[in-house]
Design a protein around this ligand. Structure first.
Ligand SMILES: Cc1cc2nc3c(=O)[nH]c(=O)nc-3n(C[C@H](O)[C@H](O)[C@H](O)COP(=O)(O)O)c2cc1C
Length: 192
């Protein structure tokens, strides 16, 4: 592994949406491989404050329909057209839906932000892993998705932190360049 290899991977990792996923399902072994990499994220006091649930069965259809109805209610027809409404209904049909669940450690009693920071590292591990497998993915924490997540049974103290959506990417999709601000704006050095 070289610095250049990891730098390229980091830059190639992108957010891609379920509209661009093909009908080919991600097989179970691949999902397990991806989630196994999540488990290697760093955690303060090794709390590993997460669990993941693959939402199968009715969810692919119900999520899209739920999103469509949710945004229909929230927006005017001008903001959320009929065309968009119809497309949204089947939005998630090709996606593997992985619920990200915060499972607080009873033992370590860490501040919540540390645990959620660790979960973000775990998600990044999956995101980078997907990139190497040419699997499209993103972390969906949109309002409708968070609302939909309320139907996932949780243990006491657990929180639903959105869906990590994955799918095989269709050919030739366009990704906006989503430029980053320059280093000079984000890194400074103390003077003394
Ligand atoms: C915690 C978190 C939540 C996100 N939630 C959403 C979301 O709900 N909807 C969405 O379109 N993108 C979501 N994203 C993806 C960002 O929009 C995306 O990372 C950003 O636009 C940069 O694009 P890139 O990932 O291709 O570099 C989320 C990213 C993170 C880290």
């Amino acid at each position: 592994m070289t610095f250049e290899t990891i730098s390229n991977l980091i830059r190639e990792r992108r957010t891609t949406y379920a509209y661009d996923f093909t009908e080919e399902k991600i097989d179970k072994a691949t999902v397990e491989k991806i989630v196994s990499n999540a488990l290697w994220a760093p955690t303060h006091k090794l709390t590993q404050p997460w669990r993941f649930v693959v939402l199968e069965g009715v969810h692919q259809n119900e999520l899209g329909e739920f999103m469509a109805d949710y945004y229909r209610e929230l927006y005017t027809e001008e903001q959320f057209s009929n065309e968009r409404y119809e497309a949204t209904k089947s939005y998630a049909k090709n996606a593997t839906l992985l619920a990200v669940i915060f499972q607080p450690s009873k033992r370590a009693q860490l501040p919540e932000w540390e645990e959620i920071a660790a979960i973000s590292c775990a998600v990044q591990n999956m995101w980078l892993s997907c990139t190497t497998l040419n699997i499209g993915c993103y972390w969906d924490t949109a309002e409708a998705t968070m609302e939909y997540g309320k139907r996932i049974p949780l243990e006491e103290g657990e929180k639903f932190l959105g869906l990590f959506m994955m799918g095989h990417l269709r050919e030739g999709i366009e990704i906006g360049n989503r430029k980053r601000k320059p280093l000079s704006k984000k890194l400074s050095w103390t003077k003394n």
